[in-house]
Design a protein around this ligand. Structure first.
Ligand SMILES: O=P(O)(O)OC[C@H]1O[C@H](OP(=O)(O)OP(=O)(O)O)[C@H](O)[C@@H]1O
Length: 217
């Protein structure tokens, strides 16, 4: 099913990913613990997906005046976060890639006649960026928000998009795969279903409300 795409589910191979998912899914997790777990999820997503970026060898001289050859990024990836749930997850990415430029998009999901419509109401993206972009959002539910933002990124010259999410739904991934054949997706978990309100189940609830500490109105 996922022949041309690359999908990495970190919870299948990294115990720490399951440990973070336990914290994030538990409805009794406090705000500070939730944020910490999100930020750590961002770090492991950033680290595990570093193989998707372009690196060059670079020589350094150690304090013992010895040469060592290690790696440096050829270009910084653009870190694009979808507000507001992505904020604590972005923190982890920024820790790992402190020199990376940041783009922000805010999107609202509107339910109309039993389906979801996306309204992008804020965009702070470069006019052109001919490099790799991360698309960072803890939840990939129907996939419609990501679809809108992917479109914005391709219009700006982005040549490869790495989706980084904490929980993705099977229907949401299938929706994106039906539209794009070259997606790279890193997620801590893939959950099977969406409920009648298009929330991922079992999921972790509303990642925006839980990570920001308020319900908007
Ligand atoms: O895959 P989709 O069905 O498009 O849904 C995913 C979107 O829903 C959540 O945001 P939400 O609408 O709750 O906004 P918030 O982050 O501001 O709370 C989530 O953070 C994604 O942005």
């Amino acid at each position: 099913m996922y022949n041309l795409a690359k999908i990495k589910v970190l919870g299948e191979e990294l115990p720490i990913a399951r440990y973070l998912l336990k914290k994030l899914r538990d409805k009794n997790t406090s705000l500070s613990e939730f944020r910490k777990a999100m930020s750590n999820a961002g770090k492991i997503l950033a680290i595990e997906s570093s193989r998707e970026l372009m690196w060059r060898q670079e020589k350094v001289i150690t304090p013992l005046n010895q040469e060592a050859v290690e790696l440096e990024l050829i270009n910084q990836p653009l870190l694009v976060g979808i507000l507001g749930a992505a904020l604590p997850l972005m923190e982890g990415f920024i820790d790992i890639y402190p020199d990376a430029p940041i783009g922000l998009v805010a999107a609202k999901r509107n339910e109309i006649y039993g389906s979801i419509n996306i309204d992008i109401y804020y965009k702070r993206l470069p006019e052109r960026y001919d490099e790799i972009a991360y698309l960072i959002d803890p939840m990939l539910a129907t996939g419609k928000t990501m679809d809108k933002v992917i479109d914005e990124l391709y219009k700006r010259g982005i040549k490869k998009i790495i989706i980084a999410s904490v929980i993705s739904s099977k229907p949401g991934i299938n929706y994106l795969l039906s539209l794009y054949d070259n997606l790279v997706i890193y997620s801590l978990s893939i959950d099977n279903n969406l409920d009648d309100n298009f929330f991922i189940i079992p999921g972790l609830g509303d990642a925006g409300d839980r990570g920001l500490g308020i319900e908007p109105h």
